[in-house]
Design a protein around this ligand. Structure first.
Ligand code: ATP
Length: 791
C-alpha cells in the first residue's frame, strides 16, 4: 500500500557522530575570542554543547526543543488558534472512537438478543456515525499537516533571515562551525515541524485513548481470516489506483526540495562572492521563491492525501464492522454466541496501540533528537554571530563621527588622482614596513591572533569627497588604511602589517605581488569580510557603494537581466528608471554613514540601458543566443519592466547625460539595437533579457568576467574592488574595459599580475617579501592615468 504523509517517507536518521566534533570546537573558540572583544558575553559552557557527537543529555535536548519550538506559537496568534482547532479535532477523534465503541456494543447486543429490528436501527446509527465521524479523522489529519507546513515555512524563513543577516553565511563557512547548513535549513526543519506536531498530538491522543478504553477491555475474538484477506487485497488494489497521482506529486516534491536545497548549497559555495556583492537580499528572494514552489506542490500532495484518506479511513474502520456483519446470519440461526466481543476487540486494539507507542516510534524519536540537536546547534551559532555583529554595528555607529581619522596624516602614503598628476607632492617615497613588528608564526595561530584587537572598519558615508573633486581637498579620501595588519581567520597567519594608505575619490590603485602574498585578503579586509588583525580602514561611503568584482564572478540563478542587475542594493527601486538618469548620480548626492539611512531610492536601469552596457562589454551576442530561451514563472529576481516604461526610457538611454553608455568613448558607444537580436520592439528585448540558462556552466570565464563588468557599469558604485577581474580577457578587451571604467568616474582598486595594468592606474601597492620571511609593502606613483571626476 502507498504510504501517505511526509513524515513516513522522509529519512530522519541520526547524523554520523564524526561530523559534530569538527563543528563545535570552532564555534566555541570563535565565541570566546570575538564576543568579549565586542562587549558581548560569550556563551558559557552550558550555552554551547560540550559533548562531541549528538547530545544525549535529555536536559540539553529538552532545552533546545523548547527554544526551537516555542517562538512560532508565541509570535503567531492565528497559529495558536489553529493549534487549538487541531487539538479540538484530536479530542473529537477520541470522542468519535468512544462513540463507535459503544455503538458497536449495542449493535452486537442487538445481535445477541436476536432483535432484528434493533439490529437494523443500530446498523443505521453505525453508518450514520461513520458519515459524521470519519470526516473528523480526515480533517484532523489534514489540518495537522497543514499547520505543520505553516510552522515549517515560518521557521525556515526565520532561519533564512538569520543566515543571511550580517554575512553570517560567510562567517559560518569560513569558520566551519556547523556542517551542511543548507540541509539543516531545508530538510531538518521540515522533519522537525512534522515530527514535533505529529508526535505531540499522537502522545496527547494516546493518553486520552488509554484513559477512555482501559476500562472496557475484553478478550480478543479471532477474525474471519478469509474475509480479511479478500478485504485487504481488494482495499490495497483500490488504494493503489486511487493514490496513483501521489507518485507524481511525491516525485515533484523531492525535486522541488532538491531545488531549494541546491539554492542554499550555492549560497554556501559562493559565500565569499555573495558577501562581497552584498547580495543577501537577492539570495533571500530566490530561496523564498523555491520554498514557495515546494510549499505549493506540497499543498497539492496534502489535498490528494486527504482525498485518499477518506477511502483508507473507511477501509480501516469498516473492518471493525465487517466480521460481525458477515457472521450475523449465523448468529440469527443460533449457531454462534457473540456477546460484546467486538467491543472488547476494538478496545484491546486501542490500548495495544497506545501502550506500544514508544516501541513503534523508537526510530522516529531517535531521528527527532538528532534533528533537535542539529537545529539547536545551528541556531545557537547564528545567534552568537548576529548578536556580535549587531553589537559591533551599534558600537561603530556610536563611535564613527568622533573616531574618524584626521583628514591629513603626514606619515601616511597618499595616492594622487590622475587629474592632479605627479605634481602633487604629498606622496611619500617608497616605504617598506613590517620588519620590526612581532610576527605571528604559522601554527601558533589563534592564541597569538587573540592579542590583536581586530581591524576597525568604518563606513563614513559618501558624497562629500566626490563633490570636492578628485584631489581630495581637505575632505577624507574614499579609502584610508591606518596601521592595518591582516590575519587569516583560520590559522591566524599574519599576511600584511603596518599598511598606511589613502585612495582619493576618482583615483585608482593597482595591488601587485606574488601569489599568496595577501592581495585578495587585503580586499577582503576592505570589504569587511575579514576582521582579524589590527588597524583602521575607513571608507568615505556607505557599504552599498563599494562593489567587488572577483576573478570568477558569481552567476546568480536567474535570467540574463538578473545577471546584469545583480546584486540588488539597498535603495534600489523595483521599477526601471524612465528618464534615463543615472542611479549613481542620485546616490552620490547624499551623505551616508554606517548608521545613516539607506541611500535614496534608485530606479533600476531600463532594458535599453542594460542592452547598451552589454554591448559595451561585447556581450550583445548573448541576447541572440539566449533570446528564445525559457522563462519560467519563478526564479527571476528582476521582472521585465512594463513596455511603457521601457519605451519611454529608450530615448533617454541614448541621449541621457549619465547613462553607462555615455561614459564610454565615442567609438565604443553601442548601437541602439544589437545586430543579433530580432528587430526589436522593447518586448523582444525584454523577453531576450528574461532568458534563463545555466550561466556559470555555459558562459566562458572571459564572458563571465565581462558580465561582471556590465554589473559594475550598471551599478556605478563609488569604489570598485577588482580582483584579477580581467585575467581571462585578451589585452585589447582589458584595455577597452579599463578605459570605460576611467571615464565612468568610479574609483577602483585592482589586484592583478599583468604589467599592462600599470597603464590604467595612478599608483601601485606592491607586496613583496621583506627578506625576513614575512611580507612588506611599498607604494609607487605610476604614470598619471586619465580618470574622470566622480559625478
Ligand atoms: N579562509 C582562509 N583561511 C586561512 N587562510 C586563508 C584563507 N583564505 C586565504 N588564505 C591564505 O591566505 C594567503 C593569502 O591569500 P590571498 O588569496 O590573499 O592571496 P593572493 O595574494 O590574492 O594570491 P593570488 O595572487 O594567488 O590570488 C594564502 O596563503 C592563502 O592560502
Amino acid at each position: 500500500m502507498l504510504r501517505l504523509g511526509r513524515s513516513t517517507s522522509r529519512p530522519c536518521l541520526p547524523q554520523p557522530r564524526s561530523l559534530a566534533p569538527l563543528s563545535r570546537r570552532p564555534a566555541q573558540r570563535w565565541a570566546r575570542r570575538s564576543l568579549p572583544r565586542l562587549g558581548v558575553a560569550a556563551p558559557g559552557a552550558s550555552d554551547v554543547a560540550k559533548a562531541d557527537g549528538p547530545s544525549t543529555d535529555l536536559r540539553v535536548i529538552a532545552d533546545r526543543l523548547w527554544k526551537l519550538g516555542l517562538p512560532f506559537w508565541q509570535e503567531d496568534t492565528s497559529a495558536r488558534w489553529k493549534l487549538a482547532g487541531v487539538v479540538g479535532l484530536t479530542l473529537a477523534t477520541t470522542g468519535v472512537s468512544v462513540v463507535f465503541n459503544f455503538l458497536g456494543r449495542d449493535f452486537f447486543t442487538a445481535l445477541s438478543e436476536k432483535n432484528e429490528e434493533q439490529f437494523k436501527i443500530q446498523l443505521a446509527m453505525y453508518l450514520g456515525a461513520f458519515v459524521f465521524g470519519i470526516p473528523v479523522f480526515v480533517f484532523k489529519s489534514y489540518y495537522q499537516s497543514k499547520l505543520a507546513l505553516e510552522w515549517r515555512q515560518w521557521m525556515t524563513e526565520r532561519m533564512l533571515q538569520d543566515y543571511l543577516a550580517h554575512r553570517t553565511f560567510y562567517g559560518l563557512q569560513q569558520s566551519a562551525e556547523v556542517d551542511n547548513p543548507d540541509q539543516r535549513i531545508s530538510s531538518d526543519v521540515a522533519t522537525f515541524t512534522d515530527t514535533a506536531m505529529g508526535l505531540s498530538l499522537t502522545l496527547f491522543n494516546a493518553l486520552l485513548d488509554l484513559i477512555s478504553f482501559s476500562g472496557i477491555l475484553f478478550t480478543i475474538y479471532p477474525p474471519l481470516f478469509a474475509a480479511l484477506v479478500i478485504y485487504s487485497v481488494g482495499g490495497t488494489a483500490a488504494s493503489v489506483a486511487l493514490g496513483k497521482n501521489l507518485v507524481t506529486l511525491n516525485f515533484n516534491q523531492e525535486a522541488r526540495e532538491a531545488d531549494f536545497r541546491y539554492g542554499l548549497v550555492r549560497v554556501r559555495e559562493n559565500a565569499e562572492s555573495i558577501a562581497f556583492y552584498s547580495g543577501e537580499t537577492d539570495e533571500k528572494e530566490l530561496l523564498k521563491q523555491r520554498l514557495q514552489a515546494a510549499v505549493h506542490n506540497y499543498l497539492g500532495l496534502l489535498t490528494a492525501s486527504r482525498n485518499l484518506d477518506f477511502f483508507t479511513s473507511f477501509y480501516r474502520y469498516l473492518i471493525q464492522l465487517l466480521p460481525a456483519a458477515v457472521v450475523a446470519p449465523l448468529f440469527f440461526q443460533g449457531k454462534i454466541d457473540f456477546g460484546v466481543i467486538n467491543q472488547s476487540q476494538s478496545a484491546f486494539n486501542h490500548i495495544l496501540n497506545d501502550v506500544s507507542l514508544v516501541i513503534y516510534r523508537i526510530e522516529t524519536l531517535a531521528g527527532f533528537s538528532a534533528v533537535i540537536d542539529r537545529l539547536g546547534e545551528f541556531t545557537e551559532a547564528m545567534d552568537a554571530r548576529n548578536t556580535a555583529a549587531a553589537a559591533s554595528a551599534a558600537a561603530a555607529a556610536g563611535a564613527a563621527p568622533t573616531a574618524a581619522l584626521p583628514a591629513t596624516t603626514t606619515a601616511s602614503t597618499t595616492i594622487t588622482t590622475a587629474s592632479t598628476t605627479a605634481t602633487t607632492t604629498s606622496t611619500t617615497a617608497t616605504t617598506i614596513i613590517g620588519a620590526d613588528e612581532p610576527r605571528l608564526l604559522q601554527g601558533e595561530g589563534l592564541e597569538v591572533a587573540e592579542e590583536l584587537p581586530g581591524i576597525r572598519l568604518k563606513f563614513l558615508g559618501g558624497g562629500v569627497e566626490a563633490a570636492e573633486g578628485p584631489a581630495g581637498g581637505s575632505g577624507r579620501p574614499l579609502l584610508r588604511c591606518r596601521d592595518v595588519a591582516v590575519v587569516t581567520p583560520r590559522g591566524g597567519n599574519l599576511l600584511l602589517q603596518g599598511l598606511d594608505l589613502d585612495v582619493p575619490a576618482g583615483s585608482s590603485l593597482l595591488v601587485m605581488g606574488p601569489s599568496g602574498a595577501g592581495k585578495t585578503s587585503l580586499l577582503r579586509a576592505v570589504a569587511g569580510l575579514w576582521g582579524e588583525g589590527r588597524g583602521v580602514i575607513e571608507l568615505g561611503m556607505a557599504r552599498e557603494e563599494v562593489m567587488f568584482l572577483p576573478q570568477r564572478p558569481y552567476m546568480v540563478l536567474g535570467s540574463l537581466r538578473d545577471q546584469a542587475l545583480y546584486p540588488r542594493r539597498r535603495g534600489d527601486d523595483a521599477e526601471p528608471r524612465e528618464d534615463g538618469s543615472s542611479a549613481a548620480s542620485s546616490a552620490t548626492s547624499t551623505s551616508t554613514s554606517a548608521s545613516a539611512p539607506a541611500p535614496p531610492s534608485r530606479p533600476l536601469p531600463s532594458d535599453e540601458e542594460i542592452l547598451a552596457v552589454l554591448e559595451t562589454v561585447s556581450l550583445g551576442h548573448l541576447l541572440g543566443r539566449y533570446g528564445h530561451g525559457n522563462s519560467p514563472s519563478h526564479g527571476h529576481l528582476y521582472h521585465a519592466p512594463s513596455s511603457a516604461a521601457s519605451s519611454s526610457a529608450a530615448p533617454s538611454a541614448t541621449n541621457g547625460s549619465a547613462t553607462p553608455s555615455t561614459t564610454t568613448s565615442a567609438s565604443s558607444a553601442p548601437p541602439s539595437t544589437p545586430a543579433s537580436t530580432p528587430s526589436s520592439p522593447s518586448s523582444s528585448l525584454s523577453s531576450a533579457l528574461d532568458a534563463v540558462a545555466d550561466w556559470s556552466g555555459s558562459l566562458s570565464l572571459g564572458e563571465q568576467q565581462r558580465l561582471g563588468w556590465a554589473r559594475l557599469l550598471l551599478a556605478r558604485p563609488r569604489l570598485a574592488l577588482l580582483d584579477e577581474a580581467t585575467s581571462a580577457l585578451d589585452q585589447e578587451t582589458e584595455a577597452k574595459l579599463y578605459k570605460v571604467l576611467q571615464r565612468s568616474g568610479i574609483a577602483y582598486v585592482s589586484v592583478g599580475h599583468r604589467s599592462t595594468l600599470r597603464e590604467f592606474h595612478g599608483s601601485l601597492l606592491r607586496l613583496k617579501p621583506d627578506g625576513r620571511g614575512g611580507m612588506g609593502w611599498e607604494v609607487k606613483q605610476l604614470k598619471a592615468a586619465a580618470v574622470a571626476v566622480a559625478p
